[in-house]
Ligand binder design. Structure first.
Ligand code: 6R9
Length: 689
């Protein structure tokens, strides 16, 4: 059951504040001409070719796009190398002394790496991989901490044409085992450990466990001595390293990075890759079933990540950019490695948690390195709100000029807090909708052009055609493409909002960085993404569109409730809940209800300092009813200390449904901390809130 336009509550999300980019921002912005929208809409293929032209190709493509639904080939016949475009071309152009990374470890170690140094190190890593038998087309699994060696190893794989599959360092041995085998990886690159919340994550020990479960394709394991070398190079800021389990060294299989890599030659030629040769596989869990190995290829992916990084983040030579994601997620692939590095930007990367040693770590990093662009996730923003304003306000955040959000819908409350408390009301916010599958940003404001509305990712970027379709596949979008947006952009005063229409998001034209399939499973690819609509890609997200043609993403379709015949998105109720002054975070689910079909149950975390008093629960319920309408009033409000989240910070509502309906918990293996949901179950089993 999904959302339908006829039963959507018209009163939901009546957010109508509009923020135009400031004159100061526009004056310096890279892109200020809205004319790009209709031009790109009229001929997306031609538009993307104009971006592809800006990359360095060994051989130009002969055909821009071959589209045999659902299989796309972009820039067919072209030869290109991702690593060349991220490193060599900057060094050859005399920009080698520019910093590529300012890599801050959790213990306080800071390592600056220039583009020239990165090129030398990547050449050595690439030669080390070759020495271990890795060849073009082989898959290499990376299970590493978020230190400079992780993006550098990704680039080293790309340099020699090996396909990287990065597995986030928070995953368990079982998950790692499953991903290694699905990809058929030949080598594993890991580390003795990484630092997280003052402790060591024993990556080598977990790797040993994964391999012990049986990984027949793995021949060699390259082990970076991150923790050990940190101890050797201990700075004053560094604390003594806690005891941790190093795992077992297996002779003949395990190789020390610190022994092998430094002795390699830095000279390693770039493999000329076909535009459609695989660049990487990245596993995405999905709510059910086994993880999908999302496959991305080279030319189209490079083109769209390069273009979107430049357009959406308004990148300048003078910027210090910081994306807080880990390279284990697609955001780290596209907006730490390939997008920003093709643009030659200087960026901060950070290994650890935001509350070590204290809850102001992010703001300290911004102050210390004079960060100008911050790209983070709503789950982090809501956590910072919960911790309180004292942490950001005691740091100097005036270097910031642009803020970004990704990963989930950002509720207006969090948007406004981000805008005011972090952005000092001067930074545009780019709320960027995209997926592992889309490879790059698809729906987002352009910060020098778009008027933003808190909670809306606004419009498809130039070159992307998307629409909100009804259950039956009819287009609900009031104005095609950018035209409605342009009307809004050119109004001087806030336009009237017409009724919002609900439906399902669809992408209606192939795009360069689209997934090329699910590794080893073309049937599943067709079934998951291309069977819902006749002629469009199905991302699985519910959405609404307003009369300006602005898109409001509502989360996964599975997260839409049907209460007494009305579709209510969990996100909208959550948004109303966190609007209550005592509420920091909320997760909402629909539990089966005899009369209503579904009843709304809310799990709520109170803000720091808010005491649960008599009547608070009723007050919170009334607040939702007042914000949205009586229909959306939750039946239950449960107070919780934490919410069950995946390791990338997405709330797992499926498990909350299990709790609220008193069922045995489903699969919890992708949870960041399985004890959170177990505790909720214990507390609320059979109880009414
Ligand atoms: C990049 C990334 C993809 C899913 C996607 C959607 C949600 C991401 C969003 C957003 C609303 C945004 N999502 N960005 N929802 N507004 N700006 O997160 O990839 O981990 O594959 O997740 O995340 O539901 O379908 P991935």
């Amino acid at each position: 059951m999904g959302p339908t336009q006829k039963s959507t509550l018209q009163t939901l999300l009546s957010e109508n504040r509009i923020f135009a980019p400031s004159a100061d921002f526009v004056a310096q912005a890279n892109f200020t001409d809205p004319g790009v929208y209709p031009t790109a809409f009229a001929d997306p293929v031609e538009y993307w070719c104009s971006w592809a032209e800006m990359l360095d190709w060994f051989e130009r493509w002969h055909t821009p796009l071959i589209w045999e639904k659902p299989f796309a080939q972009w820039f067919v016949g072209g030869k290109i190398n991702a690593c060349f475009n991220c490193l060599d071309r900057h060094v050859r152009a005399g920009r080698g002394d520019k910093l590529a990374f300012i890599a801050e470890g959790e213990p306080g170690d800071v390592r600056p790496v220039t583009y020239a140094e990165a090129l030398v190190e990547v050449g050595k890593i690439a030669n080390a991989l070759k020495a271990l038998g890795v060849k073009k087309g082989d898959r290499v699994c990376l299970y590493m901490p978020m230190v400079a060696e992780l993006p550098l190893t990704m680039l080293a794989c790309a340099r020699i044409g090996a396909v990287h599959s990065v597995v986030f360092g928070g995953f368990s041995a079982e998950s790692l085992h499953e991903r290694i085998n699905d990809a058929g990886a030949k080598a594993l690159v890991t580390a003795d450990g990484g630092f997280r919340r003052g402790a060591v994550v024993p990556l080598k020990r977990i790797s040993d466990e994964a391999l012990a479960l049986g990984c027949p394709t793995i021949e060699r394991v390259l082990v970076l001595e991150r923790v050990h070398s940190h101890v050797l190079a201990a700075t004053e800021a560094a604390k003594p390293v806690p005891d941790y389990d190093h795992g077992q060294w297996v002779e003949g299989r395990d190789v020390s990075w610190n022994a092998l890599v430094p002795q390699q030659s830095p000279d390693c030629p770039c493999e000329p890759m076909d535009s459609e040769d695989p660049l990487f596989i990245l596993y995405t869990s999905g709510s059910t079933g086994k993880p999908k190995g999302i496959l991305h290829t080279t030319g189209g992916y490079l083109t769209q990540t390069y273009a979107t990084a430049q357009m959406v983040f308004d990148l300048k030579d003078s910027d210090i950019y910081w994306c807080t994601a880990d390279c284990g997620w697609v955001t780290g692939h596209s907006y730490i490695v390939y997008g920003p590095m093709q643009n030659g930007v200087t960026q901060v990367i950070y290994e650890g948690s935001p509350d070590t040693p204290d809850k102001d770590r992010f703001w300290q990093i911004i102050e210390r390195h004079r960060v100008t662009i911050l790209y983070t996730a709503p789950t982090a923003i809501r956590t910072f709100m919960k911790w309180g304003d004292e942490y950001p306000t005691r740091c100097d955040l005036t270097s910031l000029r642009l803020l970004g959000s990704v990963g989930e819908p950002i509720n207006p409350e969090a948007w406004i807090w981000y805008h005011q408390t972090i952005g000092g009301e001067r930074c545009p916010i780019v709320d960027t909708w995209w997926q592992t599958e889309t490879g790059a940003i698809m729906i987002s404001p352009l910060p020098g052009i778009t008027k933003t509305k808190p909670g809306s990712a606004t419009q498809p970027i130039p070159g992307i055609r998307a629409a909100i379709l009804s259950e039956e596949g009819h287009d609900q979008t009031p104005v095609q493409g950018a035209l409605g947006y342009m009307a809004c952009a050119q109004e001087d005063s806030a336009p009237e909002h017409g009724p919002e229409v609900g439906g399902i998001l669809a992408v209606t034209h192939p795009w360069p960085s689209m997934l090329r399939g699910i590794w080893g499973d073309p049937e599943r690819y067709k079934q998951v993404y291309w069977s819902r609509f006749e002629d469009a890609y199905f991302p699985g997200d519910g959405a609404k569109v307003d009369s300006d043609g602005y898109f409001w993403l509502l989360g996964r379709i599975d997260d839409v409730m049907l209460v007494s015949g009305h579709n209510i998105s969990t996100m909208e109720v959550e948004s109303a809940l966190v609007d209550h002054p005592s509420v920091a975070e909320a997760a909402v689910i629909g539990r089966t209800h005899e009369l209503k079909g579904q009843a709304i149950a809310a799990f709520v975390i109170l803000r720091a300092g808010a005491e649960p008093h008599e009547g608070l629960i009723d007050e919170i319920k009334a607040h939702v009813a007042q914000k949205i309408g009586a229909l959306a009033r939750p039946d239950d409000v449960f107070l919780a200390a934490e919410l069950p989240k995946t390791r990338s910070g997405k709330i797992m509502r499926r498990l909350l449904r299990d709790v609220a309906e008193g069922r045995v918990l489903g699969d919890t293996t992708t949870l960041a901390d399985p004890s959170v949901v177990a505790a909720l179950k214990e507390k609320y089993e059979g109880q009414e809130g």
